[in-house]
Design a protein around this ligand. Structure first.
Ligand SMILES: *Cc1c(COP(=O)(O)O)cnc(C)c1O
Length: 379
């Protein structure tokens, strides 16, 4: 089945009792048993919920995986993966990734004795060099937030597979419409469902998708034992959001292409970060592993001052000044003071994240209106 069809039909079964085409919101905490221990596969809603089950099936199908698990947020999904590990185990991860992931690793899990090693994963050799006997997991994000760095997933999988090291990929920026890490050799795909999968800025949710049944059992055990499950209404909203993922991503990519090219020729704009430029260092890998380049763009101003960046950030009207991304409406964000404020300034600058960097989540409004909005704000 082609992706556009999958997005609409994945996990959708008419409700057996009424024929309802949409999976109902099973707003219940428990299920009545016929006799002690005799039930219909649903005992208590932290462990099983029919709306969540339909969504988890859909998540697996759209990521070309066998199993999906939904969580109450993206960071809860990441948290579950790290809970597979024990004190002394080592994780190799990207030095440029979502600030909340960095915070979870450094401020929470380091206290429990998990070791995190940060490398520039865009060069596969750096990962190869960092692998030790203690390495149990490689955690990738590609494209990265906010610098749009690209890591070759298949090349890293070729390193981790023979050593039985788990490879997890945060696929939030690409979405399953543009990139399917399991097909490239990853063991776990993580999503902040909050972003493109939900697509309408109305839900916080996370997901994991995998192929290995044993790994699924371990992660399901963590999901029900730690309890970070999403509510049924949120699962319903995401099931609805996924139906339009194909058309939404097409529009995000089209607008992204127009805006990236427009920014690049603007006399007041400095560097533009977008993996669709042929001179982007990750272009060849992005072209190989992604179907298109997405609607996330970062840029610097030639006047490289925080004041000038703040002026632009406060001058747009269609681009709303807000954290998050992946919704139908366009957003503008200042990573240094917003999404990535939890990373110390010194670390940020070292990794190329300047104080004046501006990040756009290009929505699916008319591109002419978006360009006009940016033109007025940049001046
Ligand atoms: C937002 C985001 C997360 C965290 O997800 P939440 O749903 O906010 O918990 C993780 N990774 C990336 C790339 C994100 O953009």
């Amino acid at each position: 089945m082609k992706p556009a069809t999958k997005f609409i039909h994945a996990g959708a079964h008419p409700d057996p009792s009424t024929g309802a085409i949409m999976t109902p919101v099973y707003q219940t905490s428990t299920y009545v048993q016929e006799a002690p221990g005799v039930n219909k596969g649903f005992e208590y809603a932290r462990s099983q919920n029919p709306t969540r089950k339909a969504l988890e099936e859909a998540l697996a199908i759209i990521e070309n995986g066998q199993f999906g698990l939904a969580f109450s947020s993206g960071v809860a999904a990441t948290d579950a993966v790290i809970k597979l590990l024990s004190p002394g185990d080592e994780v190799i991860c990207a030095n440029d990734m979502y600030g909340g992931t960095y915070r979870l690793f450094t401020k929470v899990f380091e206290r429990f004795g998990i070791i995190f090693t940060y490398v520039d994963t865009t060069h596969t050799a750096n990962v190869a060099k960092a692998i030790s006997d203690k390495t149990k997991l490689v955690w990738l994000e590609t494209p990265t937030n906010p610098l749009m760095n690209i890591t070759d997933i298949a090349a890293i999988a070729a390193l981790t597979k023979p050593k039985n090291i788990l490879l997890a990929v945060d696929n939030t920026f690409a979405s399953p419409a543009l990139q399917n890490p399991l097909d490239l050799g990853a063991d776990i795909v993580m999503h902040s469902v909050t972003k493109y999968l939900g697509g309408h800025s109305d839900v916080i949710q996370g997901a994991l998708v995998m192929n290995d049944a044993e790994l699924r059992e371990k992660l399901y055990f963590i999901q029900k034992s730690c309890g970070a499950v999403p509510g049924p209404m949120d699962c319903f909203l995401v099931l609805r959001g996924i139906k339009t993922l194909g058309v939404r991503m097409k529009a995000h990519c089209e607008n992204g292409r127009i805006i990236a090219n427009w920014l690049r020729q603007h006399p007041k704009v400095g560097k533009v970060y977008w993996p669709g430029f042929e001179d982007h260092p990750g272009y060849a890998v992005a072209k190989k592993q992604m179907k298109d380049f997405g609607g996330m763009i970062s840029f610097e101003l030639k006047n490289d001052s925080v004041e000038e960046a703040r002026r632009v950030l406060s001058s747009t009207h269609l681009f709303s000044l807000a954290e998050s991304l992946g919704g139908v409406e366009s957003l503008i964000n200042h990573p240094a003071s917003m999404t990535h404020a939890s990373i110390p300034r010194e670390e940020r600058i070292k990794n190329g994240l300047s104080d004046s960097l501006i990040r756009l989540s290009v929505g699916i409004e008319d591109a002419d209106d978006l360009v006009e909005d940016l033109a007025k704000a940049i001046g």
